[in-house]
Design a protein around this ligand. Structure first.
Ligand SMILES: NC(=O)c1ccc[n+]([C@@H]2O[C@H](COP(=O)([O-])OP(=O)(O)OC[C@H]3O[C@@H](n4cnc5c(N)ncnc54)[C@H](OP(=O)(O)O)[C@@H]3O)[C@@H](O)[C@H]2O)c1
Length: 243
């Protein structure tokens, strides 16, 4: 009898919001999910809640502003499994939305890029050797339509005055990472894509209209793409978005 090896997934920023729900939906598909949180106690509580639903979910600590936590995460997954099938780079934040490109303080711009861009690249690079050992590695970068330069510069897209420069440009940079990493990995079995979850009601977005269950769907679709699925693209659900 053939034994199926369970897929292993890691989702960052998963103690609440969309990331928590991505963990639930991946585990509901039979994966073992590592729920990463910078506050391990909050992560443990969240993982426990999902285990009570019968799901295979465990917590680990990843603070996107603390590179030593990336090393610890690598060691844990390497020792337990020696491979990683899915990485969802979901952790992210938006600073004060009132600052535009004309007045954003440099410190705010740097802090936002540090978490939403540099740390995403660093964590992904750290875990890449494990993803390369997967038979079907999937990397999902949790982006935003606000990172799309095409939508911002297309009047019909109705992006209006929604232009918090630090957040938006950090997601544009994350999208650049998607395109470049997909190209760098084109000869491997790894697929890399950006997700826009939609406007989702969470602590980060009081005006969101979608539930976290709906918001998680795009990342889950991209994390479970078939072998002939796309790589190096940007999606909301099944719809490709412009860069
Ligand atoms: N909600 C939306 O409408 C929307 C739209 C487009 C894109 N997104 C993106 O979706 C992702 C999830 O957002 P959300 O709406 O679910 O927000 P959320 O409920 O505020 O969750 C954000 C998660 O990221 C974590 N996080 C933030 N900074 C971190 C850091 N430096 N290190 C480790 N973890 C960190 C938070 O941890 P703590 O609990 O410790 O703060 C939390 O777990 C983000 O990347 C966001 O930009 C959201």
């Amino acid at each position: 009898m053939m034994t199926m090896v369970k897929k292993i997934a890691l989702v960052t920023g998963a103690n609440k919001g969309i990331g928590f729900e991505i963990c639930r939906q991946l585990a509901q598909q039979g994966m073992t999910v590592w729920l990463a949180a910078r506050n391990l106690a909050a992560g443990e509580q969240a993982a426990q809640a999902l285990r009570e639903e019968g799901l295979d979910v465990f917590a680990l600590c990843i603070d996107m502003d603390e590179a030593s936590s990336f090393d610890a995460a690598f060691d844990l997954i390497a020792q337990q499994y020696g491979f990683l099938d899915v990485l969802v780079n979901n952790a992210g934040f938006a600073n004060d939305w009132s600052f535009t490109a004309a007045d954003v303080p440099m410190q705010m711009l740097r802090e936002t890029f540090e978490t939403n861009f540099f740390a995403q690249v660093a964590l992904t690079q750290k875990l890449l050797p494990l993803l390369k050992k997967s038979s079907a590695g999937r990397i999902v970068n949790q982006s935003s339509a606000l990172g799309s330069l095409t939508l911002h510069s297309t009047p019909e897209a109705n992006m209006g005055d929604m232009k918090p420069f630090a957040y938006d440009s950090s997601k544009t940079a994350l999208n650049a990472f998607t395109v470049h990493l997909a190209h760098a990995l084109r000869e491997t079995k790894i697929k890399v894509n950006s997700a826009h979850p939609g406007a989702v009601l969470t602590d980060a977005n009081a005006y969101g209209t979608l539930s976290v269950a709906e918001g998680a769907r795009t990342a889950v679709l991209l994390a479970t793409l078939p072998d002939d699925g796309p790589s190096g693209q940007f999606f909301h659900l099944e719809h490709a978005l412009p860069w």
